[in-house]
Ligand binder design. Structure first.
Ligand SMILES: NC(=O)c1ccc[n+]([C@@H]2O[C@H](COP(=O)([O-])OP(=O)(O)OC[C@H]3O[C@@H](n4cnc5c(N)ncnc54)[C@H](OP(=O)(O)O)[C@@H]3O)[C@@H](O)[C@H]2O)c1
Length: 305
């Protein structure tokens, strides 16, 4: 990746140009860049889905006003840039209390966490959720959302700093997924009953073990996986358990409207607040792609154009 000067973008009908103040870095951006993802953009391309900034120009039939603070849930031209062209439905109001860098950390993390919990696992207040990987973008969002909705949250993290962060964000117990007995300890805090939901960030490592800590009727949502895994299908039979996959890009339009409406309410009432781990200049995008793939996650990495 390298910086290049390009001509200014003009919006067509139904489109919005956002002056990007911060762009969110997600693991999927690195999979797309390296060509290992199902989505392979035509080259050359500008990476990035998530961003925040102000509306600079609008096309015909757009109802959103110029100068409005917004975050994006998709762009036509890429968010690792000073300007991004978006469809109007991918532009959402950014509350005053959130910075642009926090806004760049909303879409993929929070929409994924919300969809996994409510639209895939049909989570209910009073249930216990294991956020397996609670220190990164999706994990921190999931802890906040689940806690705000009245669930009991158990998290895991690989560093003391990350585990402390997950506790601060609302997890009641956070275990080190690098230790051999951490899932026994997680099971013990449920009194041996098991957890109702697992949000799984690294299924190739954990899916087989997840099934063994589920309560009856439990659900695992596979959010992240970087390889193959062996499971014992009997662990699902004995519990009437479900394994649910998800990919955020599959979200139908009506579900996306529901997600961003719910998130907007959470940002307004202060129960949700993106945690910024690292701000880097846009020119450091290659370094940001290395950083997001390293262990020791701590909230979001964002790029500043
Ligand atoms: N399905 C979808 O639509 C979707 C959407 C968004 C993200 N994802 C995927 O979900 C994963 C997480 O995304 P992210 O944005 O949160 O990434 P991130 O910010 O880089 O965080 C990665 C998380 O995985 C944790 N982790 C590392 N080793 C683990 C282990 N052995 N067991 C459990 N967790 C472990 C990390 O914990 P430590 O660093 O503390 O060890 C950290 O909490 C990525 O693989 C991403 O591609 C999928």
């Amino acid at each position: 990746m390298r910086l290049e000067d390009v001509t200014d973008i003009r919006p067509g009908p139904g489109q919005v140009v956002v002056r990007v103040k911060a762009a969110g870095v997600n693991p999927a951006d690195t999979y797309m860049r390296s060509g290992t993802y199902a989505r392979k953009p035509a080259l050359p391309y500008t990476p990035g889905v998530d961003g925040a900034g102000v509306i600079e120009a609008v096309g015909e039939n757009v109802t959103l006003p110029v100068s409005m603070r917004v975050y994006t849930s998709g762009t036509l031209t890429g968010s690792y840039a000073e300007q991004a062209l978006c469809e109007e439905f991918d532009v959402h109001p950014l509350p005053e209390k959130l910075s642009f860098s926090q806004g760049a950390g909303i879409n993929v993390p929070y929409a994924t966490a919300y969809r996994a919990l409510f639209q895939r696992a049909h989570a209910l207040a009073g249930e216990t959720v294991l956020v397996h990987g609670a220190t990164g973008g999706v994990g921190i969002a999931a802890v906040q959302i689940a806690r705000a909705a009245g669930m009991k949250v158990i998290g895991t993290g690989g560093t003391a700093r990350g585990r402390e962060l997950a506790l601060q964000q609302g997890a009641t117990h956070v275990f080190d997924h690098g230790t051999p007995d951490y899932l026994d300890r997680a099971l013990a805090v449920t009194g041996g009953r098991g957890v109702d939901i697992v949000l799984e960030m690294l299924a190739n490592m954990n899916l087989g073990k997840d099934l063994k800590v589920l309560a009856a009727g439990g659900r695992v949502v596979v959010i992240g996986s970087r390889g193959r895994v062996e499971i014992d299908p009997r662990d699902t039979m004995s519990r009437d358990a479900s394994i649910l996959g998800m990919l955020l890009w599959n979200t139908p339009r009506h579900d996306a409207i529901s997600i961003h409406s719910a998130l907007g309410a959470g940002f307004e009432n202060g129960t949700l607040h993106p945690v910024l781990g690292k701000e880097m200049p846009l020119a450091d995008a290659p370094r940001a792609h290395q950083a997001i793939m390293q262990a020791g996650a701590y909230g979001k990495i964002v790029l500043i154009p």
